[in-house]
Design a protein around this ligand. Structure first.
Ligand SMILES: Nc1ncnc2c1ncn2[C@@H]1O[C@H](COP(=O)(O)OP(=O)(O)OP(=O)(O)O)[C@@H](O)[C@H]1O
Ligand SMILES: [Mg+2]
Length: 379
C-alpha cells in the first residue's frame, strides 16, 4: 500500500470522526472535514483523495446528493466512496449504489471491519490508478485500429454507395423515357419513385454510419440502442463488400425489441472486426456465409458471429486474442482486431469468446444490457 494514499473523512459525529481517523491512519493520511469547515468540500477535488468516507448527513446535505456531485467531478472519478449511516433500509442501500457509492457502512463499526473494508477499497483505488495509463494506451490503440479499419473500408464504401447511386441513375433515366413516351403511367412512376427513395435513404444511412465511425469513439457516451439498429449500422458499412464476394449474410434477432446500453460505435467496430475476419476466412470457399444472431440470456445480450469456415484449430485458440497474433500474409493483417475487440468487450463489462464446441467458426460477444458501474465511465 502506498503511503501517499489520501483519505477524506466527511463526518458530522465527532466520536465517529476520531474513531475513523485513529483506525485508518495506518493505511492512509486521513484528512477530516468537520461540520464547520465546509470549505473542505470545495477542496476535495483538488485533493483527489483515494477514499472518501461520507456520513449520510454531512453538512446538511443528504449523502447521496453529495456522492453524486463527487461522481460528476472528473477529479474524483477514481476516488472510492463509502457512505455511512446508522441505519440502512434496502431502498437506501439501492440509492447509495445508484448515487455511485462503492460501499456503505452501518455505524457503529468494529475497528477490524473498518480496517478490512478500508484496506480493500484503498487497494482497489491504487489498482485503478495503476491501470489508468494502460486504459489510455488501449484507447489510443483502439482509435488507431479504427482508422486502419476505415482505410480498409474506403474502397468498400465506394462500392456501398455506388450500387444505390446506379439504381438511382437507372430510375431517373426510366422516368425520363416515360415522360418522352407520355402519357405517364402513374403506377410505374410510383414504383420508380419508391425505389429512388429507398436508395436515397440507403446512401444517407451509409454516410451517417461513416460519420459516426470517423469520430474518436473512445469517450463516446453510453447509449441505449435497439440491437437491430446496431446490427444495421454495422451492415451498412460492409454488406456491399460481402455481396461483392458473394458472401451471404443472415441476421437473426428473434426479439426485435431487444436493446443494449453501450458505446455504439465501439461495438460496431468490434462487430466489423469479427465480420472482416469471417469474410477473410470464407472468401475463397464454395459455401460462403456469415450468420449474426442476437439473443438475450438473463441480463446479458449475446451477439454471435458465425461463418461457414471450419472451426479454428483448438491448439491456437489461446493465442487468438493475443495482440499481434496473425496467420495472415505480411501486410494483410496486423493481428490486432481480436485483441482490440476483446478490450472493447471488457470495457463494457462483458466478454468476447470463441465458441469452442461449435461446428463452424463462431465468436460470441456477451455484454450486460445495462452498464451500471461500468469502467467506461471512469476512463
Ligand atoms: N473467423 C475466423 N476464421 C478463421 N480464423 C480466424 C477468424 N477470426 C480470426 N481468426 C484467426 O485469428 C487471427 C487473429 O485475428 P485478428 O483479427 O486479431 O488479426 P488479423 O485479422 O490477423 O489482423 P487485423 O485484424 O489486425 O487486420 C487471424 O489472423 C486468424 O488466424
Ligand atoms: Mg482481423
Amino acid at each position: 500500500m502506498s503511503s501517499k494514499q489520501t483519505l477524506l473523512i466527511l463526518e458530522e459525529d465527532p466520536t465517529c470522526q476520531r474513531m475513523l481517523r485513529d483506525t485508518l491512519k495506518e493505511l492512509a493520511n486521513p484528512i477530516i472535514a468537520t461540520p464547520s469547515s465546509l470549505g473542505t468540500l470545495d477542496l476535495a477535488p483538488g485533493m483527489k483523495p483515494d477514499l472518501i468516507i461520507l456520513g449520510i448527513h454531512a453538512f446538511g446535505f443528504i449523502g447521496y446528493e453529495l456522492c453524486e456531485k463527487f461522481r460528476l467531478n472528473s477529479d474524483l472519478r477514481t476516488s472510492k466512496i463509502i457512505l455511512s449511516s446508522t441505519q440502512w433500509s434496502p431502498e437506501e442501500r439501492q440509492k447509495s449504489y445508484e448515487a455511485g457509492a462503492d460501499d456503505y457502512w452501518i455505524k457503529p463499526l468494529l475497528q477490524e471491519e473498518i480496517l478490512a473494508k478500508g484496506r480493500l477499497l484503498l487497494n482497489d483505488a491504487q489498482a485503478q490508478k495503476n491501470t489508468a495509463p494502460l486504459l489510455k494506451a488501449q484507447a489510443h490503440l483502439t482509435y488507431t485500429a479504427q482508422m486502419k479499419a476505415l482505410g480498409e473500408m474506403a474502397g468498400g464504401i465506394a462500392h456501398e454507395i455506388n450500387t444505390p447511386l446506379n439504381t438511382l441513375l437507372l430510375s431517373s433515366e426510366q422516368i425520363e423515357s416515360l415522360i418522352q413516351e407520355g402519357p405517364i403511367p402513374l403506377e410505374a412512376l410510383k414504383q420508380l419513385t419508391q425505389t429512388m427513395n429507398r436508395n436515397i435513404s440507403r446512401v444517407s444511412g451509409i454516410i451517417q454510419a461513416l460519420q459516426t465511425f470517423c469520430k474518436d469513439s473512445t469517450y463516446e457516451p453510453l447509449t441505449l440502442i435497439p440491437a437491430q439498429q446496431l446490427i444495421q449500422k454495422t451492415l451498412d458499412l460492409c454488406s456491399e463488400r460481402l455481396k461483392a464476394k458473394d458472401i451471404k449474410i443472415q441476421v437473426e434477432i428473434p426479439n426485435p425489441q431487444l436493446k443494449l446500453q453501450c458505446q455504439a460505435t465501439q461495438i460496431t467496430q468490434l462487430l466489423l472486426h469479427l465480420i472482416t475476419n469471417a469474410r477473410d476466412a470464407v472468401q475463397f470457399m464454395k459455401d460462403k456465409w456469415i450468420h449474426i444472431e442476437v439473443t438475450q440470456k438473463d441480463h446479458f445480450i449475446e451477439i454471435s458471429v458465425t461463418d461457414s469456415g471450419s472451426p479454428i484449430p483448438k491448439e491456437i485458440h489461446y493465442k487468438l486474442f493475443h495482440p499481434f497474433f496473425t496467420t495472415k500474409e505480411i501486410g494483410q493483417g496486423s493481428g490486432l482486431g481480436l485483441s482490440i475487440s476483446k478490450g472493447i468487450a471488457e470495457m463494457h463489462n462483458g466478454e468476447l469468446k470463441i465458441d469452442r464446441e461449435f461446428k463452424n467458426t463462431r465468436f460470441v460477444l456477451k455484454i450486460p444490457m445495462n452498464q451500471k458501474n461500468c469502467p467506461l465511465e471512469r476512463v
